[in-house]
Design a protein around this ligand. Structure first.
Ligand SMILES: C=C(O[C@@H]1C=C(C(=O)O)C=C[C@H]1O)C(=O)O
Ligand SMILES: [Mg+2]
Length: 433
């Protein structure tokens, strides 16, 4: 039985060495008993070291907190190449984000990885150097000595001084009308359009606290958080899986089609029944199934497409169909390139929709509607970075989008993005504004 402090001391002792004055990779791990230990997010966000990456699986089965980088990658393909070349074992994980454009990302091999699964926490310390492992052991030792005791994540107290939507309601109307015109003209079947909301507060925001608040109420979601440095972070609580891979087994899904949520079980069930039978929403979802199946062709064979079911969240409910496939090769870069962005966040046909988005949206999506997760040689899992926000000191940019198809009504789609944005936005106003 090991406490966190005990485990860290154990890791520190392992660094006594000596290590070769040569390139190399070395990993040490210790287990910690979760009882009485701090929450991984609080531990991570308390540190004065970056990058910080947190990820919790939507079923709660796995939690990762990754601190410091021994190796960084600006694309998932580069990370995949590294893992293949280094023959990284099961302990070797690369964590991070991909932008909406799947060719770019911010991923890293963590110096220290906290992994909570079932009733065990594993801490993995990695040494990696292209010059001298001995040198890196010294750096790692300084790193461990800089770790501080976790501080509780306190609720936000700042006041919102300003809020601006890009586009505003009027702009949204004309954007949706343009999209419907293009759909009627036959340029596309579906396009997902988004809004960015810029909020400014009276004090610096704590991205870790915001995610902790979201995690407490937004059940059934992946929770993800990347702090690039002291002032800048990206985080969110997303219901959508991009993929999970175990060996050659690939699981993905079509999550699209939305109705409001409700605290009352009866009213929520009523709305859910409407959603299951609504033609426009069924169609919106079916285009995502079609897109995914098309995109997987030649890379994987689809073995099962489940019936649509309801995902009930706090502010919205969605239609979801799970898709199982068998990959020809265990290649995560290929999964990303084929799957991202799906028609749940871009449209169909993909290229026409992407061009349309680039022409009409008035902001750069950056990390929004990209993906957040981890990969290893054996397996990987990424969620779609929705219900997300970029935090920069006293400013926050919140994103929400909606799939536009024939039959979409601008006002209803505005209400839909308001409901989606509320997942995080409601946590920023103590009055519940
Ligand atoms: C684009 C977003 O959500 C996507 C769009 C949906 C829709 O239009 O029904 C539903 C789920 C997501 O795939 C978002 O949350 O920003
Ligand atoms: Mg929709």
């Amino acid at each position: 039985m090991n406490s966190l402090t005990g485990a860290l001391n154990q890791l520190l002792r392992q660094l006594d060495g000596p290590f070769p004055e040569a390139p190399g990779l070395r990993q040490f791990y210790v287990t910690v008993t979760p009882e009485g230990e701090p929450d991984g997010l609080a531990w991570l966000a308390s540190q004065w070291l970056w990058p910080q990456f947190y990820w919790q699986q939507r079923d709660g089965v796995e939690e990762l907190a990754a601190l410091g980088a021994v190796r960084r990658f600006s694309s998932l393909a580069a990370a995949r190449d590294f893992l293949t070349a280094e023959q990284g074992g099961a302990l070797m994980r690369v964590c991070g984000l991909n932008t909406f454009d799947p060719g770019q990302g911010s991923l890293f091999v963590p110096r220290l990885l906290w992994r909570h699964r079932g009733d065990e926490i594993t801490l993995t310390l990695t040494l990696y150097s292209e010059h001298s492992l001995q040198q890196d052991a010294l750096v790692a030792r300084r790193f461990l000595r800089r770790l501080v005791a976790p501080q509780p994540l306190v609720a936000m107290t700042g006041e919102c001084l300003e809020e601006r939507h890009l586009p505003d309601r009027e702009g949204w109307h004309s954007m949706i009308t343009r999209a419907l015109d293009a759909i009627i003209a036959g340029d596309m079947e579906k396009v997902v359009l988004a809004r960015a909301s810029d909020l400014r507060f009276s004090c610096h925001l704590s991205p870790g606290s915001l995610l902790a608040a979201s995690r407490a109420v937004n059940r059934g979601c992946y929770h993800f958080f990347m702090a690039f440095n002291e002032g800048s972070a990206f985080l969110g609580s997303s219901p959508e899986r991009l993929w999970r891979r175990r060996g050659l087994a690939l699981t993905t899904e079509a999550l699209a089609g939305t109705v409001a949520g409700d605290d009352d079980d009866g009213r929520a069930a009523h709305l859910a029944r409407w959603l299951l039978n609504d033609e426009k929403n069924q169609y919106e979802n079916s285009l995502v199934v079609e897109d995914i199946c098309q995109r997987l062709e030649g890379a994987a064979s689809v073995t099962d497409i489940a019936e649509a079911r309801i995902v009930r969240l706090r502010n919205v409910q969605h239609l979801r169909r799970d898709i199982e496939a068998r990959l020809a090769q265990p290649d995560d870069a290929l999964c990303l390139q084929r799957l991202q962005p799906t028609a749940a966040v871009a449209g169909l046909p993909r290229e026409a929709a992407r061009r349309f988005i680039e022409q009409v949206e008035t902001f750069d999506r950056e990390w929004y509607a990209g993906s957040a997760g981890w990969l290893s040689v054996d397996d990987s899992e990424f969620c779609v970075s929705l219900r997300s926000a970029r935090v920069q000191e006293d400013r926050l940019r919140l994103y929400a989008g909606a799939g536009i198809v024939a039959g979409s009504v601008p006002d209803a789609e505005w209400q839909e993005i308001e409901n989606k944005a509320a997942g995080l936005r409601s946590l920023l106003f103590s009055s519940g504004r």
